[in-house]
Ligand binder design. Structure first.
Ligand code: NAD
Length: 248
C-alpha cells in the first residue's frame, strides 16, 4: 500500500530504534526519506534497506540542537527531493537522575536535544511546507511527559514541552493545511530502554494492560498513519501508543 507515494519525509534520530522503524515504514509506504542523526555509523545498510523497499534514502549527519546543522539538513533534503511533506521529530536522549542530584548539564542537554531540537527542525521546515500548503509534523513525545517519572524530571519536562509545542504549532499552521501531532509511546523495547534493570522492566510490563512491551514497529505504524492523507483532519492531538498504560 503506497499511501505515501510521491511524499518526502525527514526523520531525525532515524538511524536506530524507533526512528529507524519509522524510516522503514515510511519507505515501505512509498516515501523518499531523509534520515538525519548525530551518529551515522552503520547507516549504509539503512540506505540499502530503503532501496530494497523500492524507495530512496539520504543520510545526513547532523545534531538537531544546532541551528546551522538543521538548516543544512533541510537544504540538502530540498536539493535531493525538491520538497518536504513530513517531518518526524524523533531524536531524543535521557540523562536520568533524581532531581536533588541532577546537574545543570544533565538538565540542559536533554532540553537541548529533545525540545530545542524539535523547535529548530519545525521552524526550518515550516516555510517550505507553508509554500506548498501541505505538511505533516509528528513529534515523538512520551507517556512520561504526561505522567512524570521519578528520576526523569528533565526528560518528562522536555516531553511535556513537546506537547505544548505540538498544540501551539498546530494552531498556528492549521489554516495552511499543515497538521501537527504528537505520539506518546509507552515502554518500547529499544537500545534506550535496554539498560533498564530487569525489575524495572517487569514492573512496566505488569502495569501495561496489554502485558507486553511495545515494539518500534508499533510506533512506526502510528507515525505512518498520522503522516498519511487519512489523517488530514487530525491536528494538535497526542496519540498514546502504550498498550493501555495510560487509559484515563
Ligand atoms: P534510541 O536511543 O535507540 O535512538 C535515538 C536516536 O536519536 C539515535 O539514533 C541517536 O543517535 C539519535 N540522536 C541522539 N541525539 C541526537 C542529536 N542531538 N541529533 C540527532 N540525533 C540524535 O532511542 P529510541 O528508544 O529509539 O527513542 C526514539 C524517540 O522515542 C526518543 O525521542 C525517545 O525519547 C522516544 N521514546 C522512546 C521510548 C522507549 O521506550 N524507547 C518511549 C517513549 C518515547
Amino acid at each position: 500500500m503506497g499511501f505515501l507515494r510521491d511524499h518526502t519525509a525527514m526523520v531525525t534520530g532515524g538511524v536506530r530504534g524507533i526512528g529507524r522503524s519509522i524510516v522503514l515504514e515510511m519507505a515501505r509506504r512509498g516515501a523518499g526519506v531523509a534520515v538525519t542523526d548525530i551518529n551515522t555509523d552503520g547507516a549504509e545498510n539503512l540506505v540499502r534497506e530503503i532501496e530494497f523497499l523500492g524507495s530512496s534514502g539520504l543520510i545526513i549527519k547532523a545534531d538537531v540542537s544546532d541551528g546551522a546543522q538543521v538548516q543544512n539538513t533541510v537544504d540538502q533534503t530540498l536539493a535531493e527531493f525538491g520538497k518536504i511533506d513530513i517531518l518526524v521529530n524523533n531524536a531524543g536522549i535521557t540523562r536520568d537522575n533524581l532531581l536533588m542530584r541532577m546537574s545543570e548539564e544533565e538538565w540542559d542537554l536533554v532540553m537541548r536535544v529533545n525540545l530545542r531540537g524539535a523547535f529548530l527542525c519545525t521552524q526550518k521546515v515550516i516555510r517550505p511546507m507553508m509554500k506548498q500548503r501541505k505538511g505533516k509534523i509528528i513529534n515523538v513525545s512520551s507517556v512520561i511527559g504526561i505522567m512524570g517519572n521519578a528520576g526523569q524530571a528533565n526528560y518528562a519536562a522536555s516531553k511535556a514541552g513537546l506537547i505544548g509545542l505540538t498544540r501551539s504549532t498546530a494552531r498556528e499552521v492549521a489554516s495552511r493545511n499543515i497538521q501537527v501531532n504528537a505520539l506518546a509511546p509507552g515502554y518500547i523495547e529499544t537500545e534506550m530502554t535496554a539498560h533498564l534493570p530487569q525489575d524495572v522492566k517487569e514492573n512496566y510490563v505488569n502495569a501495561i494492560p496489554a502485558k507486553r512491551p511495545g515494539s518500534p514497529e508499533d510506533v512506526a505504524r502510528a507515525a505512518a498513519f498520522l503522516a498519511s492523507p487519512a489523517a488530514d483532519y487530525i491536528t494538535g492531538q497526542v496519540l498514546n501508543i502504550d498498550g493501555g498504560l495510560l487509559i484515563a
